[in-house]
Structure formats: C-alpha cells, structure tokens
Design a protein around this ligand. Structure first.
Ligand SMILES: Nc1ncnc2c1ncn2[C@@H]1O[C@H](COP(=O)(O)OP(=O)(O)OP(=O)(O)O)[C@@H](O)[C@H]1O
Ligand SMILES: [Mg+2]
Length: 492
C-alpha cells in the first residue's frame, strides 16, 4: 500500500486528492507517478477502473506553471465522452493548484471552442480529429506543451487513429514527455508506441488476468434470433441497477433500444451517428439513473467511468479480445463488483476461446434463462414494490375497498391480480432485431481466412500492406480479429 504523501505530491494536489476521497494510491499510480515525475516517458498498463487517469493526470498537473497562460499539457482520447470525463477528473485534481483544463472535441461549436481556447487553458483534453482541425487553423498553439498523453494508447495507435496521432505529435516540441496508458497493449502496438517515445519506462501492473477479478464473467450460447428474448429474460431476473448492452452496429443498437422500450424497460441507445447533444443527454440520463439500460456501440467501450453499472451484456461478440476487456471494464470499477455476460452464437465459439486465452480469464457457461424464470424475476420485483408500499404504512384510504374485495374473492386471487398489474407480459410484445453477420471465426494455426472468402473483417488492414497483416511476433493471427477500424471509429 502506498499513500500519496509517499509519492512526493505537492500540497495543493494532496488537498484535491483528499477532497476526492482518494486515500491510497492504486498500484498503477504508485508505480508510474514517481517515474513520470522524474521526467521519464512512460507506458502504463493496468486493468480497467484502476485509476490510470490520475496516474497520468497528477504528474502532468505537477509540471504546470499556472503563471503561464499557455497550453502545457495535452491529452488525446478516442471519444468525445471520454475527453469530457478525463478533463473533469483532471480539473478536480488540479483545481486547488489553479490549473485550467479544457475539453475540446468534435460536434462542439467551433467558434465557442476557439473563444474558450483564447481564455488560456493549461491543459487541453481532445479527440484527435478536432485537435488536428485546431492545429491546422492555428487555434491551438503547442509550442509550450511539455507533456503529451495518449489515453487508451493502443486504440489511439491502431488503424483508425495512428495517422492522426503521428500528425499531432509532429506538432509538439520534441523534448516533450510522452505518457501512454491503457488496460491493453498488444505487442505490435507497443512496438509502434516505443518508436514515438524516448526510452520509455514500461510499467505493467502484474495481475494473473487482464480483466479485474471482481467482474463475474459468463457466456450464454444462443443463436442470434433468440438473443433479444434472452436479454430481456436476463434483465428481468437480475434487475440490474444500471446495465450496458454492447452491440456491433448502430442499426442494431437502435433496434435493441427500441425493442427494450417496447417491452417496458427504460433504455436508450448511444452511437456515433447521434448528434453530440443527443449523445450527451443519453449519457447524462444514464448516469443519473433515469435510463437504466444503455445500448451502445464501441463508442462507449473505453474509459467511461459510470458508477452504478452492475451489468455489462455483450449482445454481440466484440471484435477482438482487447475490446472485450474494455467493454466489460465498464463495470467492476474502483473495487466494486460487476457481472459480464457474453452472448455467443454457436458459430462464434472459437472467439470465446481466443478471448479466454488472451485475457487469461475463464468465462463460465451459463444456461439461458427460461421464460418462467424471467416471469418469476419480474414478480419478485413486483413483490418488493408491494412490500415496500406496505412498510410505508400509509394505506388507510385503500383499506375499505380492499376489505370489500376480500368479501367476494379469496386473498390469493386478489394478490395475484395485483402482481399481474404490476408486471408486464414482455412476450406480448414481439421484437425482432435485424440479423447480424457472425464475425469470422479464427481458426487455429493462423489460417488466412481471406482465402476462404470472408473479406468483411479485414478491411484496410488486409489490403493496405502496412505491415499489419499476417501473424505478429507472438504468433497470434490478429487479422480475423480486427474489423474495419477506420470506418468504425467513433466521430471525434
Ligand atoms: N487512488 C484512488 N482511490 C480511490 N478511487 C480512485 C483512485 N484513483 C482513481 N479512483 C477512481 O476510480 C475510478 C476509475 O478510475 P479511472 O477512470 O482513472 O480508471 P482507468 O484505469 O482509467 O480505467 P479504464 O481502463 O476503464 O479507462 C474513478 O472513479 C476514479 O475517480
Ligand atoms: Mg481510463
């Protein structure tokens, strides 16, 4: 256990940490903060929800000279929502010191953003596309930037973003300090990373598994057309506080969200085709519990820290094991427990084994919940509602009518009717989700699946010849596991 005071953190930041309720440093913080404060470039890898934001945030804030009204720290993150969240956390950490932090992302009014930039933030947290826009317009000056951070570094150095990142880094003085953080860091990406850095210190918090222990992981083998009923049954039985359902396409996200609403759940979808205003309002409703089920594409897979997420459903199998790690990492954060359920079609079973192998975790088989169990689950919730109402003890005005009913009917029938009124017969509302192509199953031995005619999941990676095809040095054929990232990337 390491306390923050052992890490030579200055008083103003110590005060912020105290205010935030952080008592001890997490392992990634304990290991990387001293290295970064000594000025080293750092690659930090640690499980989801273990405080990587503060691990790079604290040393960056330490180096800010608040008297200079110039951008000195730059953080790049893959999605708008994450940029906002990271900016908020850095703001909390740096507030007492007087550090000004600004999130900058696409979908935000350009003029307003330029005005805010003129106001002299010390740290900018940006998505790559919008940041490049500003660099080209010279509305962001980087000559005083001494610290550059790539949050979700492996994602930022992957197909969809790598060119943007190279362009961004070219604009930052060479004597900068570069910090890269993520829960996952495939070897080939680590190699790209080290080329962009100066003698980076690599810190990997040692754990048996890549996923956090306190997430209970299981899978249900289910054909695509039964996934939706399986989902609603599971939701009825488990009554999650907040749940995230990940699906592969925007279309399916919309359909699942609408289907859930039709069956009486409070659900909303989030994906890159929505306006920024809509994305924010959906996420805010989810954060404050007005929406209980968030249906999302991978736009919500990385970094988002929403307390109260008890369940993550992989309605569709993620495109690679890393994505699985990030998706399920939306629950079980900061020591809390969570449950992750993966729906897998019989054809995709091969992917399950790959996920288990890469993440070194065991995903246990779960029998699909039956309609009867779901009905019982729903009734259980109705019973809880009734019990709570009884406990409140303000039923006087109903008692006379209640006694009258009991003169004509037996008590079991009356309560059964009340339960029926309090529950929704979900199956009365049929929902069909347009089918998704199963993702290509990786074959053992690294066989080139393209030859078997399955082109869909190779995209530019397979065609571009940018040293990304074939096996990597660890012998793992990654080709089948990457979709067209470039086309898939969230709007930034
Ligand atoms: N030392 C600490 N003590 C208590 N809580 C902490 C500490 N450090 C961070 N947290 C809290 O833990 C939560 C997770 O932190 P954070 O979002 O930085 O995780 P992460 O490692 O970046 O996860 P991901 O890989 O999903 O991005 C946040 O709510 C954060 O405020
Ligand atoms: Mg993070």
């Amino acid at each position: 256990m390491t306390t923050f005071s052992e890490l030579s953190i200055s008083q103003p930041i110590m005060k912020s940490l105290e205010k935030m309720g952080f008592e001890e440093a997490t392992p990634i913080q304990a290991e990387t903060i001293p290295l970064a404060m000594e000025g080293n470039d750092v690659i930090g890898q640690a499980q989801t929800g273990t405080g990587k934001t503060a691990a790079f945030g604290i040393p960056m804030i330490e180096k800010i000279d608040t008297k200079q009204r110039k951008i000195q720290g730059l953080v790049v993150a893959p999605t708008r929502e994450l940029a906002i969240q990271v900016a908020e956390e850095i703001h909390r950490l740096g507030k007492i010191k007087g550090v000004r932090t600004l999130p900058v992302y696409g979908g935000q009014h350009m003029e307003r953003q330029i005005r805010a930039l003129k106001d002299g933030p010390h740290i900018v947290v940006a998505t790559p596309g919008r940041l490049l826009d500003h660099l080209r317009r010279r509305t962001i000056r980087t000559d005083s930037v001494h610290t550059a951070v790539l949050d979700e570094a492996d994602e930022m150095l992957n197909m969809g973003f790598i060119d943007d990142i190279r362009d961004i880094l070219k604009n930052i003085p060479e004597d900068r300090q570069t910090l890269l953080f993520s829960a996952t860091m495939p070897k080939e990406i680590r190699d790209i990373a080290t080329n962009l850095m100066k003698n980076p210190k690599e810190v990997k918090v040692k754990t048996k598994e890549m996923t956090v222990e306190n997430i209970d992981q299981s899978f249900i083998e289910v054909p695509d057309k039964y996934k939706f009923d399986t989902l609603t049954n599971h939701l009825d039985i488990n009554a999650p506080q907040l749940a995230i359902v990940f699906s592969r396409t925007k279309k399916r996200v919309d359909e699942i969200a609408e289907g859930l609403q039709a069956r009486g759940f409070s659900a909303e979808g989030i994906h890159g085709d929505l306006t920024q205003g809509k994305r924010m309002s959906v996420l805010n409703k989810f954060k404050n519990g007005r929406v209980e089920v968030l249906v999302a594409t991978d736009v919500a897979a990385r970094g988002l820290d929403i307390s109260g997420v008890t369940h993550v459903y992989n309605f569709d199998i993620p495109q690679d094991p890393e994505s699985y790690v990030h998706r399920i990492g939306r629950t079980g954060r900061a020591g809390r427990t969570g449950e992750a359920i993966l729906f897998i079609t019989p054809r995709e079973i091969g992917h399950l084994h790959l996920i288990e192998k890469v993440t070194k975790s065991k995903i246990k088989r779960m029998v699909p919940p039956t309609n009867q169990e779901a009905r019982r689950g729903q009734q259980q919730i109705a019973v809880e509602k009734l019990t709570k109402t009884i406990e409140k003890d303000d039923l006087k005005s109903y008692q006379e009518t209640a006694s009258e009913i009991l003169q004509d009917h037996d008590s079991v029938s009356v309560i059964a009717a009340a339960l029926k009124l309090l529950t929704k017969e979900r199956r009365d509302t049929p929902v069909s989700i347009s089918s998704a192509q199963p993702i290509s199953v990786k074959r053992s031995g690294g066989r080139d699946n393209r030859k078997s005619g399955n082109k869909k999941f190779y995209g530019k990676r397979g065609q571009g010849g940018r040293n990304q095809g074939g096996r990597n040095q660890s012998g793992r054929n990654r080709k089948g596991n990457f979709q067209k990232r470039r086309n898939n990337r969230p709007n930034s």
